[in-house]
Design a protein around this ligand. Structure first.
Ligand SMILES: Nc1ncnc2c1ncn2[C@@H]1O[C@H](COP(=O)(O)OP(=O)(O)O)[C@@H](O)[C@H]1O
Ligand code: SF4
Ligand SMILES: [Mg+2]
Length: 337
């Protein structure tokens, strides 16, 4: 965990700077706004978690940063990596950034890994793409070293196996190993543990944390589950209907959240001290992505909504590095959750 100055970035310039990022998908039902003016910074070595329900635009954000949006998507705004604008780069130009500078761990390891290649060969391939002169023996050693780094026992044997011979948790570790193969500055993990059961989920998150201690990569941890961010994230950004609702260092986000949506997500977390697995879901559904109301997108589900919430909203600063886009943010932050 980093000091507050490091977390808020007064000491270091951001590695990744996203400004007013908009992603719209063209569909037969009309344009779907997946992201609406999203801005955030990610600094060296820090972990920023983007949290939101399914459909909130998390993957649109990760795909836009990676230059991997599908053809029916239009992106606008700015994504700068070390000052270089990435939006609008050609695929060839993006390939020099992807994997080496910014790498991604996908949710579905089985779909992302090649079933016809041993995991060792896939890792070796990931390394050789950016390091073509490396010898075969060095590649093999590097693959084994990477498997060892992500906590796979007997890595030399495992390197010779195919993805289907590994458990789900092990495959996800291989995905992480592939992600870090070229020691990227930024690792984007989009729902890296969603497909796993709770115990394996914890192990894989632990691997991510330990790998970061070694590689010093910055991590963008994307998840629908606020529960997984607590042990890993330095800061949290809460996304709803493609818009940032709240952003804060992890502790104030959990203990002094200022947005009713964040409070709803927190209330839905299983709490051991309350002896319940899952308390409450947030009532209601998000508005249709093709017909968002003016003003706050959370109006129809918010227990604190009033007429003014239909007007345009600006972020309210409620603490150091802590903002919420809610008319009643200061009042809500003052109430203990
Ligand atoms: N390829 C696509 N074509 C059309 N709409 C899409 C496509 N991918 C995602 N969407 C829509 O964009 C919105 C955001 O999706 P996504 O970024 O996948 O959310 P999340 O990752 O938070 O679940 C949703 O309304 C989703 O239905
Ligand atoms: S702006 Fe209004 S509707 Fe939106 S979260 Fe705040 S109180 Fe609720
Ligand atoms: Mg997603």
């Amino acid at each position: 965990m980093k000091s507050f100055t490091e977390v808020t970035g007064e000491a270091t310039a951001p590695l990744l700077s996203v400004r007013d990022l908009c992603v719209t998908y063209r569909t037969d039902a009309g344009p779907v706004v997946a992201l609406d003016r999203l801005s955030f910074d990610l600094r060296a070595g820090e972990t920023l978690s983007i949290v939101g329900e399914s459909g909130s635009g998390k993957s649109a954000a990760s795909l836009a940063v990676m230059g991997l949006l599908p053809r029916n998507a239009v992106a606008a705004g700015s994504v700068r990596f070390r000052g270089q604008e990435l939006l609008g780069l050609s695929d060839r130009e993006m390939r020099t950034v992807r994997g080496r500078r910014i790498a991604m761990v996908f949710q579905d390891a089985l779909a992302a890994l090649n079933p016809m290649m041993t995991v060792g060969a896939q890792l070796a391939e990931a390394v050789s793409v950016h390091d073509p002169d490396i010898s075969r023996a060095a590649l093999r050693d590097r693959a084994v070293e990477l498997l060892d780094l992500v906590g796979i026992s007997d890595p030399r044997t495992r390197a010779g196996q195919y993805p289907h011979e590994l458990s789900g948790g092990m495959r996800q570790r291989v995905m992480i190993a592939t992600g870090i193969a070229n020691e990227p500055d930024v690792l984007i993990a989009d729902e890296p543990t969603t497909a796993l059961d709770v115990t394996v989920q914890a192990q894989v998150l632990d691997v991510l944390g330990r790998v970061q201690d070694r590689t010093k990569s910055a991590i963008l941890l994307i998840t629908h589950d606020l529960g997984v961010v607590a042990g890993l994230a330095d800061r949290v950004l809460v996304l709803y209907c493609g818009r940032k609702m709240e952003e804060a260092p992890v502790e104030p986000l959990f203990y002094r959240s200022a947005h009713p949506y964040t409070r709803g997500l927190l209330a839905a977390l299983p709490r051991i001290d309350r002896g319940t697995r899952r308390l409450a879901q947030i009532a209601g559904q998000p508005p249709s992505p093709t017909e968002r109301p003016p003003g706050c997108p959370f109006q129809n589900r918010c227990p604190h909504a009033e007429d003014r919430c239909a007007e345009s909203l600006l972020p309210v600063t409620v603490g150091e590095g802590h903002t919420a886009v809610c008319l009643r943010a200061s009042e809500i932050a003052s109430v203990t959750p």
